[in-house]
Design a protein around this ligand. Sequence first.
Ligand code: 13P
Ligand code: SF4
Length: 357
Amino acid sequence: MNATFPLAEFPDYRMSPDQIPETVCEILDDVSRQKLKKKIKRLLIEQNAIMVAHYYTDPDLQLLADETGGYVSDSLDMAKYGNESDSKTLVVCGVRFMGETAKILNPEKRILMPDLDAECSLDIGCPVDDFTAFCDEHPNHTVVVYANTSAEVKARADWMVTSGSAVDVVRHLKEQGEKIIWAPDKFLGEYVQEQTGAEMILWQGSCVVHEEFKALELQELRKKHPNAKVLVHPESPAQIIKQADFVSSTTGIINAAKEMDAMEFIVATDNGIFHKMQQAAPGKLFIEAPTAGKSATCKSCAHCPWMAMNSLTKLAHALENGAHEIFVDPDIIKKAIVPINRLMDFSKSPQQLAGDA
Ligand code: 13P
Ligand code: SF4
């Protein structure tokens, strides 16, 4: 039976600390790392496979993707790249929704992941039955979901957006007179609402990494680094976003590090991004925005526990054994491709291109 949600009783889908896995990164000696990398390079060629990695994954995986003609990017470009490459297999180093989006866009390809348990608190916090019931209760709304959702949730949506496109899409919908259901990230939803003035009902999910950034400690850190610019991912709480010099997707944050004049940056997003930021802007200083700190109350301490599940050892295993393949029901693919293609078409539209200029 479907749940019903009068707004006042709307459930909070925040994960409790004991539901969040520990962030455990693989530690290897140099000889083992080099051996594994060599093996993975051989397997990629043998299997006609290509790697696609998110900026939050281990630097070794990002380097390997770059060295083997693969791609390192944000969630949207990872999916688009799969479409452009003619390899038969895509190995998606990231979290499950990224693998599913790659499969929806490339149903003829084999999609492998190093670890199928690599989830995302936003995806976990938006179960399809509850979400469907919620949408059904608000029939005159356009349903906009963030990329960080399951294929089934996307199949119930009118639009999919990413952090880099959410404001533009919602502004466009507002101009059409649409009222919006937004899911699952309440902080990104609040930010989009504030930027666009759209009428939005927000699902109450959150990212376990970004919600841990601490506003008062950030104020203190800014005083210690008065010349530092503050770069913030919009999954962060409003009190963090308020202190930002620049709010953007992961790709936007990396570009800002390169393009902005400053030599110091305080960065409020997963610290896996520092690898690409240092590559993009060598010589500049990047400082983590404060969480409660290791051995204190933070669980992720600015590194996503699920992104950390991607490792060289698991990648080699997946490629060698064809393990951890992503499957999505063909009927779900048919429905989920619609909101994804709306975004793809929107990002190519003259209106959007003009906005980008
Ligand atoms: P981006 O699309 O900005 O890479 O964000 C994905 C994500 O999971 C951020 O936590
Ligand atoms: Fe999900 Fe947050 Fe991890 Fe991104 S960083 S994959 S939003 S839990």
